[in-house]
Write a protein that binds this ligand. Sequence first.
Ligand code: ATP
Ligand code: MG
Length: 441
Amino acid sequence: MIKRFIRRVLGLADEQMQRVARGEHGLARAAISPTAAKVCAVLREAGFQAYVVGGAVRDLLLAIVPKDFDIATDARPEQVKPLFRRALIIGRRFRLVHVMMGAETVEVSTFRAADPDTAEKDEHGRVLRDNVFGTQAEDARRRDFTVNALYYDPATEEVVDFHGGLADLKRRVLRVIGEPETRYREDPVRMLRAVRLAAKLGLTLDPATREPIRRLAPLMERVPPARLFDEMLKLLLSGHASACLRQLREVGLHKGLLPLLDVILEQPLGERFVTLALAQTDERVLAERPVSPAFLFAALLWHEVLAAWKARAARGERAIFALENAMDEVLDTQCAKLAITRKLTATMREIWSMQPRFELRSGSRPYRLVESPRFRMAYDFLALRAASGEVPAELEAWWRTFHAADAETRKAMLLPETGPRKRRRRRRRKKQPAAPAATPA
Ligand code: ATP
Ligand code: MG
């Protein structure tokens, strides 16, 4: 503490750069992707510094296969580009270089400073712009967590550590660089990242890193929706969505983040449904099977839709309109906060609006439904509803059998035509809404 104070008074940076030899961290050059290693070598030959940085170093040290390799250098983008045959300068706010070799692309960014005193901020301390080049020490300081600020030099096999990230990895702790409250105010998304990374990496949040989150959770409201959507998607598709959600609740970040989570997680059937959906998604992600974000969001919002649908039906709205309106209502609220893309909402609507059609098992309707291009997705959704106890297991079993059956079996399975005919005859009577059959009691 005193040492730190003296360093401050003397105007010295309070971090200590450490170069840690391979013997101490164990990360061998061979673990780096050949493309990333090559890019570093080229930069070095041209007289620049070049390190693998961020998530890749962290993951490798934890024996996790990294998603991608990012490189940090003291070369400016316009100095990097001519060194490679296929390279593109991208980004307007902060320019970086994409270097392509074979099928792989690595991102090369120039050391960047985020001077908290000069950066433009909003009235809550959120940084709006930080785009000046800087030293490696400054680059490390602007990163979010100590374990994300490790630089690996493939030439020497050393790890450069400014903030004790290696020690934190050993202790399995996720710790914010600098003063947590300030760092969360600069960028509230860091709170979400803390939860996601802790769950993904199996790290615990350092007490000081964890403490301010509950208090600062309302700052999430100021994050631009598109950014929030990206982060939520990362979280939900991380393969650890269930663990993340549990953590979000524990640290008090679920409130207001996705309006749906507030309500849903408080009602047993909704919670069961969401838990099942997330567990299924995690399983698929970890087995490297494809996951549909639309399906996932449709699942997350389903009990909101159900509640709105039921309320409207109870007020006398006709069933199909009630459902349409309920979908609009829910998507409007959610999109304001999350910028769910149009393509996604279109699919979500399809999944939802097909659900009442599973109740109709007579005449030609079941044939039309199984032929629909979205049948598989809608059926999977029905299966989830059945598994959570929202609809009878028998309904799901019927559709599973019907889908696989031959023509004769299908015909024998159809239920007698009753409801709809009667309804047609008594046209003037108010229609019996289908909603209550599909909604929980
Ligand atoms: P993942 O495994 O999900 O890719 P990551 O840590 O690599 O995790 P990225 O979004 O790829 O996450 O970010 C790369 C690096 O950029 C991080 O390791 C961190 O050093 C830095 N970084 C990312 N987001 C922030 C942020 N909001 N604030 C400060 N630094 C950040
Ligand atoms: Mg990354």
